[in-house]
Ligand binder design. Sequence first.
Ligand code: GTQ
Length: 351
Amino acid sequence: MNAPLNPTAVRQQLYADMSPQHLTPLWEVLHALVPPQPASPCVPAHWRYADVRPFLMRAGEAITAEEAVRRVLILENPALRGQSAVTQSLYAGLQLILPGEVAPSHRHTQSALRFIVEGQGAYTAVDGERTTMHPGDFIITPSWTWHDHGSEADGPVVWLDGLDIPMVRFFDAGFAQNDTRKSQVVTRAEGTSYARYGHNMAPVRQDAPFGATSPIFSYPYERSREALEKLERDAPVDDWDGVKLRYIHPLTGGSPMPTMATFMQRLPPGFNGNPWRQTDGTVYSVVEGHGSVFVENAGQTQEFAFAPRDHFVIPSWHTARLRSQPGCVLFSYSDRPVQQALALHREERLS
Ligand code: GTQ
C-alpha cells in the first residue's frame, strides 16, 4: 500500500504534471490577481532638471535630431527599468531640439502631449499647421496625425513628451508610419486652430476634426496662468489642490485626448496641502516656483523638494501631499479619462 501523500506534495505534483498543458492553479495567485487595493509596482520618483540637463546636452552632441528621429531621454520609473514606462500606462521623456534641426515627420496611433520646459522658438507641425513653442505651453499631437518638429530658435529647446505608449502596447494596438517628406507642407496659418476652437466659440458647420482629440493644438501658458492667478486672488483655494484646472476638449468638455488628462495648478505662497490618493498615477512638470511633494511608499514618507523644470511621478494609490513656501505652478498628466471610461477611477481625499 502506498503511503498517504501530504496535501502539499499532492498539489506540487498536480502543478508539475499540468504545467506542460499551460495550466496553472488560480488559488496560488488569487490574492495578487485581485488585491484588496492597488499594489502598483511603480515607485515615486523625482528627476531634477539640474541632474538631467547635462545628459540632454551631451545627447545633443552625440546624435542629431534627424538621426535619432526623436532625440529623447526617457524618464523611466526606477521600478520599471527597460520598459520605457513612467507608470504602468504612461510614457514620459524629455526631447531636445537644437537650432536648425528637424525631427522628421511620422505618425502613430499613440497620442502625444508636449509640455514646453526650456527655450522657445521651436515648432511642432500637425496637420499642416505649425505651432511655435513657449515655456509652459501644452501642445497636442493627435493619434495618427503626421507630425514633425523643428527649430529656428537660437538655443536649445526642451519639452516633456507624455505619451500613452505602454497603454497602447498593452492593447497591442500600435501602428506607425514614416512620412516620405522630412517636414510636412504648411497648409494653414499658425494660430488658426486656436482662433477657431480656443475662445469658447467654434466653427458653425464643422464637427470635431480630430474626433476624441482636441482640435486645439496648443494651449498657451499665458492663458492658463492668467486663469489660475485670477482664481488665486478672487476665489477659494482648495485644501488639497490649491488652484487647479483641467484642460478640456472644447467641443466635448472632456479630456483633450482620449487617453490622457492634463492639469495645471497653482499653489499659493505658504500652501500646505492635505493628503490624497487616486488610482491614476500622475506625472508632474514643475513650471514655476519651488515646493515639496511628500509621497508615502511602503509605510515610509519620501520628500521630493522640487525646483522649476523638475519632473516627478506619484504612482497609483500612493498617498501624497503638496507644500510650497514661495508658491509654485505645476503641470500634470495621467490616464484618468481611460479609468473613468472603464468606471475604475477612484480618489480619496484625506485630512
Ligand atoms: O515626438 O513623435 O518621446 O514618436 C516618443 C515617441 C516622442 C514624437 C517621444 C515619439 C515622439
